[in-house]
Design a protein around this ligand. Structure first.
Ligand SMILES: Cc1cc2nc3c(=O)[nH]c(=O)nc-3n(C[C@H](O)[C@H](O)[C@H](O)COP(=O)(O)OP(=O)(O)OC[C@H]3O[C@@H](n4cnc5c(N)ncnc54)[C@H](O)[C@@H]3O)c2cc1C
Ligand SMILES: *[C@@H]1O[C@H](CO)[C@@H](O)[C@H](O)[C@H]1NC(C)=O
Ligand SMILES: *[C@@H]1O[C@H](CO)[C@@H](O)[C@H](O)[C@H]1NC(C)=O
Ligand SMILES: *[C@@H]1O[C@H](CO)[C@@H](O)[C@H](O)[C@H]1NC(C)=O
Ligand SMILES: *[C@@H]1O[C@H](CO)[C@@H](O)[C@H](O)[C@H]1NC(C)=O
Ligand SMILES: *[C@@H]1O[C@H](CO)[C@@H](O)[C@H](O)[C@H]1NC(C)=O
Ligand SMILES: *[C@@H]1O[C@H](CO)[C@@H](O)[C@H](O)[C@H]1NC(C)=O
Ligand SMILES: CC(=O)N[C@H]1CO[C@H](CO)[C@@H](O)[C@@H]1O
Length: 546
């Protein structure tokens, strides 16, 4: 704030930014701040001001560096955004110390460059490594220390760590502690926690963000805060209010949760011949509202052509039970006998091994959890929905028709049950509002490997139409969505960060419901010049708060 005022003394900074970005092309942004060489100014500032100046040059990459491209691509998970035409950062910095990250923030600001923070690079729309204005990537890949304190059942986790690294480090120290985070181990803690973070023990313990007890964040002035010095409003906002909005969270202190030494997993497949439709229908009544919190059963739906040329639906029922097989079978035989789950379908293992199992890495050593490249990179477009009323069997059959009209495998749906602990936490405790009343969340997926423009356009359009069709069966007013399944189709800020409150509330209410307004207030208080921003970041109000 102070610095922005220093070089733009005569206008309130937020309106300055708005005006600048409405009317001026990039080169004016260059001129406004640092002559016509913001890139050079940034580097000069960085080398001059980092207290560990000797080493910051070793973690600073511009396009002249032979490592630049491989580093840029390393964490890109969605191949749609890894193209020669995609906007590229002027500089990538991978700090090895927090003060270096602070220098990146201060110097970007001083030289008029935007910062995009990247932890694991899984953003569905690529917002951690793309921007419409000249920008720097602050890549936290080297800030990924994890310190597990078994005695206190807590851990400090740096944002550049992945969920898999966290699971591994917990499992290394204890068989009876766990943490509710994502299913996919390569997801970065920085983005995951910033948007909520759900996984297989969410019904028992809530989201990752529900279990954060402290954090360290770099603000827009480059200052470092902990929970105490940032205050409870900002601490509230960063636990689910979305990334790249309030600052750079460098580390999180989390409460670990108790898990039994032995848990049970299973995956069973049911096709249409095996009553998949009736089973999926019935599951909607049980998975959120009847199963104990210790039991999470999710469904993945996809289509397959049989050898006879017939297309069928496949419903994979995947279960994690925080307990032994005997008890799981007892629960299923009383509340969901139709599924026909047998002892042979079940495997007992440690909780940390179950994270390997749900990651699809069974049979590999636990170290595979730390492999940042274990997830095959593909092209994809995913969206999310929340379901509050069970979808009828007739409607499920209509949905299956979409699957059979599309190319085999072109559509996938993952149904993640809510209920349990998720239904007990109030909507406003943290910004993530999807709590009581939700039966499950749907993730709609279309993924492809042929990156040609035609195929990409076809798939994106398939998803758009399918999503429109699904509107009849899901939450309304707003049609809710999960911020970590970022989807720019549901609304976005103006290009280059120009944002009106009305424009932002369009997507903001879908992600945050009534919490959107409080997020705007926090943003206005902590980053009034909108330094940290992207196409779906919370905007500050341009005027003093009402
Ligand atoms: C294959 C795959 C599997 C997934 N599985 C799950 C799952 O099981 N559960 C779930 O909840 N979600 C899941 N997600 C969604 C995931 O939570 C989000 O995409 C998340 O934002 C990714 O975090 P990241 O650090 O990897 O991504 P990034 O792209 O690095 O960051 C995402 C956003 O957060 C910002 N950001 C990153 N780090 C920081 C930081 N330290 N401080 C401030 N802002 C920051 C970025 O600028 C960007 O806007 C999955 C995504 C993919 C692609
Ligand atoms: C952890 O617990 C021990 C007592 O078991 C206590 O002495 C110590 O201060 C705690 N550490 C933290 C970081 O809270
Ligand atoms: C499917 O459901 C019907 C009626 O509910 C039942 O008779 C039949 O046995 C089931 N089939 C399978 C394969 O479970
Ligand atoms: C498709 O499935 C039906 C019913 O199972 C069967 O009668 C038919 O022979 C199968 N093959 C084709 C090509 O329709
Ligand atoms: C966990 O997985 C590892 C590696 O796959 C295996 O060696 C070990 O026996 C498993 N342990 C348990 C308790 O599941
Ligand atoms: C990580 O996973 C990828 C994909 O499975 C594999 O090719 C690579 O060898 C793995 N890396 C390590 C270090 O195991
Ligand atoms: C989003 O879609 C891609 C492509 O199928 C998939 O790899 C990824 O796992 C999806 N996200 C989640 C959280 O499942
Ligand atoms: C962002 C920052 O700290 N910039 C300072 C870097 O150092 C020079 C002098 O050495 C100052 O003028 C900058 O303000």
């Amino acid at each position: 704030m102070a610095m922005a005022m220093a070089f733009i003394p005569s206008l309130p900074s937020s309106s300055f930014l708005a005006i600048l970005f409405i009317f001026s092309p990039y080169y004016l942004a260059y001129c406004a701040s640092s002559g016509n060489d913001p890139h050079g100014a940034f580097l000069k500032c960085l080398y001059r001001n980092s207290t560990t100046a000797g080493s910051i040059s070793q973690v600073t990459y511009d396009q002249t560096n032979y490592m630049y491209s491989s580093l840029l691509d390393l964490s890109i998970q969605n191949l749609r955004f890894q193209t020669p035409n995609a906007p590229k950062p002027l500089v990538i910095v991978t700090p090895v110390a927090v003060d270096q990250a602070q220098a990146v923030v201060r110097c970007s600001r001083e030289s008029g460059l935007q910062v995009r923070v990247r932890s694991g690079g899984h953003d569905y729309e690529g917002l951690s490594y793309l921007s419409g204005v000249p920008f720097v990537i602050l890549d936290l890949i080297n800030l990924r220390k994890i310190t597990v304190n078994v005695e206190n059942a807590t851990a400090w986790v740096e944002s550049g760590a992945t969920a898999g690294e966290l699971y591994y480090r917990i499992g290394e120290k204890s068989n009876s502690l766990g943490f509710p985070a994502g299913v996919c181990p390569t997801v970065g803690v920085g983005g995951l926690f910033s948007g909520g973070g759900y996984g297989m023990i969410m019904r028992k313990y809530g989201l990752s963000a529900d279990n954060i007890i402290d954090a360290r964040i770099i603000d827009a002035d480059g200052k470092l805060h902990d929970r105490e010095s940032m205050g409870e409003d900002l601490f509230w906002a960063i636990r689910g209010g979305g990334g790249n909005t309030f600052g750079v969270v460098v580390s999180w202190r989390i409460s670990l949760v108790p898990v039994p030494e032995t848990v049970t997993v299973s995956t069973v497949l049911r096709t249409l011949d095996q009553n998949a439709t009736a089973l999926v229908h019935r599951w909607q009544y049980i998975a959120a509202n009847q199963f104990p919190d210790d039991l999470t059963m999710r469904i993945t739906l996809q289509s397959l052509d049989g050898t006879d040329g017939n297309r069928t639906m496949q419903a994979y029922f995947q279960t994690l039970y925080l307990g032994r097989t005997d008890d799981l079978l007892a629960v299923i035989s009383s509340s969901f006998p139709e599924l026909g789950l047998t002892r042979e379908d079940c495997t007992e293992m440690s909780w940390v091994n179950s994270t390997l199992y749900f990651a699809g890495l069974s049979g590999q050593p636990l170290e595979a959890l730390m492999n940042r490249s274990s997830n095959a990179k593909i092209y994809f477009k995913n969206k999310s929905d929340y379901v509050k009323e069970p979808i009828s069997e007739a409607a499920l059959e209509e949905i299956w028709k979409w699957f059979s009209r599309a190319e085999q495998g072109a559509l996938v749906m993952i149904l993640n049950p809510y209920g349990g602990r998720m239904g007990e936490i109030s909507e406003s405790v943290i910004p993530f509002p999807h709590r009581a009343g939700n039966l499950y969340k749907i993730q709609h997926i279309t993924a492809w490997t042929d990156g040609s423009a035609e195929v990409s356009a076809m798939r994106v359009s398939l998803m758009t139409q399918f999503y429109q069709f699904m509107g009849a069966y899901v939450s309304k007013s707003p049609r809710s969505a999960y911020v970590n399944y970022r989807d720019l189709d549901i609304g976005k800020n103006g290009d280059s960060g120009k944002t009106s409150y009305q424009q932002a509330s369009e997507w903001g209410r879908k992600y945050f419901h009534g919490n959107f307004d409080r997020l705007v207030k926090v943003k206005t208080a902590v980053d009034p010049t909108n330094f940290f921003r992207n196409e779906q970041s919370i905007p500050p109000l341009p005027l003093p708060l009402p």
